[in-house]
Design a protein around this ligand. Structure first.
Ligand code: F6P
Length: 328
């Protein structure tokens, strides 16, 4: 046990994700169980700079397990990118007696955590919390499962109206750089085509698919467009397709931020609890600059640097191939 750690600071940063609250609860209660004090840093790195820090106990995290969002608030903090900002942050957390950190967030959060930990020699453990599922070292990130269920529910509802009106729907899902939600939900929702940031699909190729579907007597069609698709989003794709292919009446739905909200699924609650527990245990074992994650059913650790590496690994080739086969 690392006895030099007396007080752990926990924060959420970047886009919120369902399961963050369950994770905060696990961090706070594990740390207290181990005899440590806990501070909650509000609004992520911004809270370190502004000294927006609260003391937490077991009751501070009662009845939050089932809530979406994050009780610690979150932000994307530009000031933390400068050495002056990080110096101020370090000064403030030291003044609060915080001597180790648990960072819950995505790639931006971990980039900041890695630099900060090296500059000031402060132990940090990261927990992957983002609906994007785009971190190396964990099969799943917190919030991904819940977001998928939200998207699938929306696709099913849109399919009802698409089928009733014989329409073509373009549904845009989140994922600026990651096609995980698009691919997974496209398959689970039976989409006829899926456009991903990781793989370019030309408009002509898409039209050929839609023409084949129409020839094959499909009367309605759903195309999932990831936010980061290179054709420039669902509205652009729809416009360009309709210019050359007007067999169907085309409609666009942007699911947007509703994908980030809602009560976490049971999977996300359990994952959040396991990762929060593991993060504190690892910190107290003397680990630093690692991310805790899930591989198979095992909790594993990965250096933060590695977790920030290549993202393309997440898209299984068989799933990409299958989208064309199952959509005939
Ligand atoms: O990183 C999570 C994410 O939801 C991305 O999928 C999306 O591109 C981005 O956040 C949106 O961020 P913001 O809420 O800052 O617009």
């Amino acid at each position: 046990m690392n006895n030099s750690i007396k007080r752990i600071g926990v924060f959420t940063s970047g886009g919120d994700a369902p399961g963050m609250n369950a994770c905060i609860r696990a961090v706070v209660r594990t740390a207290i169980y181990e005899g440590k004090k806990v501070s909650g840093i509000l609004h992520g790195y911004q809270g370190m700079i502004d000294k927006n820090i609260i003391d937490m106990n077991s009751r501070s995290v009662s009845n939050i397990l089932q809530l979406g969002g994050t009780i610690l608030k979150t932000a994307r903090c530009l000031d933390f990118r400068s050495p002056e900002g990080r110096q101020k942050a370090y000064h403030n957390i030291k003044a609060e007696g915080i001597d180790a950190l648990v960072a819950i967030g995505g790639d931006g959060t971990f980039t900041g955590a890695e630099v900060f930990s090296r500059e000031f020699d402060i132990p940090v453990v990261g927990i992957p919390g983002t609906i994007d599922n785009d971190l190396y070292g964990s099969d799943f990130t917190l919030g991904y499962d819940t977001a998928n269920n939200t998207v699938i529910d929306a696709i099913d509802k849109i399919r009802d109206t698409a089928a009733s009106h014989d329409r073509l729907f373009f549904i845009e899902v989140m994922g600026r750089d990651s096609g995980c939600i698009a691919l997974n939900c496209g398959i689970a929702g039976g989409a006829e085509a899926i456009l991903l940031p990781e793989k370019e699909t030309g408009i002509d190729e898409l039209i050929a698919k839609l023409e084949n579907a129409a020839k094959d007597k499909k009367t309605s069609t759903i195309v999932i467009v990831a936010e980061g698709d290179k054709n420039g989003g669902a509205y652009n794709v729809a416009k360009r397709v309709q210019e050359k292919f007007d067999f169907y009446d085309a409609k666009v739905t942007i699911l947007g931020h509703l994908q980030r909200g809602g009560s976490p699924s049971s999977f996300d609650r359990v994952l959040a609890s396991r990762l929060g527990f593991a993060a504190v245990k690892n910190l107290l074992r003397g680990e630093t600059r690692i991310m805790v994650g899930l591989r198979g059913n095992e909790i594993v650790t990965t250096p933060l640097e590695e977790a920030l590496r290549s993202k393309e690994f997440k898209l299984a080739e068989d799933m990409i191939e299958m989208t064309n086969v199952l959509a005939i």
